[in-house]
Design a protein around this ligand. Structure first.
Ligand SMILES: [Zn+2]
Length: 248
């Protein structure tokens, strides 16, 4: 039964008990009441068309058909680059959020070695353990996390280090907008592998393209005036000019 049928039936019943009012007038009264009801519930029709006093309706919010949906505000997803092994593959450790700055727009890239004992392993778990060892060393210095954003092992794998949403910790007083890449090994005591150099070349190109960095903005650690260090070791430092020419 429609509302109109219901209203008409109700008014018709009233007619039976009020014989002094004509059937036509009662029908018009019923239609008027119905028009008033429609006008009150329709946002596109003025309620001024209803001549009857406005009825008192219950709280209209109870009739809302659109429930309020609360959308949680989440940080943007981690911008992991294609082909990069996520950090979840090598550590369960999370950064110390109370001691870390957001990353500013990338303006340069710095290349490092780890400078620890010579490292020749290429298997996945040994490389993962080496990176975790470095992270633990950095945490032991009171840093928020591993200092570098990417790590390249001797087999040419590229691993995610510090999340790119965070500023790195790898060049004294020069970490703002500075993307850090670590090549595992000690290149004062060994040479970088061909696979490692090829991966460094590839990954530099990806980062330079993504963050619009010029080849002259690609430095080794020791090329920073503020850094008094032998990093990345003479056997990688000697290749820096060639690397810059290759990626230019
Ligand atoms: Zn370094």
């Amino acid at each position: 039964m429609t509302n109109l049928d219901s209203n008409l039936k109700s008014v018709s019943g009233t007619q039976e008990s009020a014989p002094t009012v004509g059937r036509r007038n009662i029908l018009m009264l019923g239609l008027g009441l119905f028009a008033g009801y429609v006008a009150a519930g329709c946002t596109t029709t003025s309620s001024k068309t209803a001549r009857m006093p406005g009825p008192v309706w219950p709280d209209q919010s109870l009739f809302s058909t659109k429930p309020t949906v609360l959308t949680p505000v989440l940080p943007p997803p981690t911008p992991t680059l294609i082909g990069v092994i996520p950090r979840s593959a090598w550590t369960k450790g999370t950064p110390d959020a109370s001691n870390i700055d957001p990353m500013l727009p990338v303006k340069c890239i710095t290349i490092h070695h780890d400078g620890m004992s010579p490292f020749t392993a290429t298997d996945f778990s040994s490389c993962a353990s080496r990176i975790e060892l470095i992270r633990n060393g950095h945490r032991g210095k009171g840093w928020a996390d591993i200092g570098y954003h990417f790590v390249i092992d001797r087999s040419g794998r590229v691993w995610e280090g510090r999340d790119m949403r965070y500023q790195g910790a790898h060049v004294k007083d020069q970490n703002e907008g500075n993307l850090g890449i670590l090549c595992v090994g000690n290149f004062d005591q060994q040479t970088p592998s061909m696979a490692q150099l090829a991966a460094l070349d590839r990954h530099l190109r990806v980062c330079m393209l993504k963050y619009k960095v010029k080849s002259r903005q690609v430095l080794s650690h020791q090329e920073w005036a503020s850094a008094h260090t032998a990093c990345p070791g003479r056997n990688l430092q000697s290749k820096m000019d060639g690397i810059r020419r290759a990626v230019a």
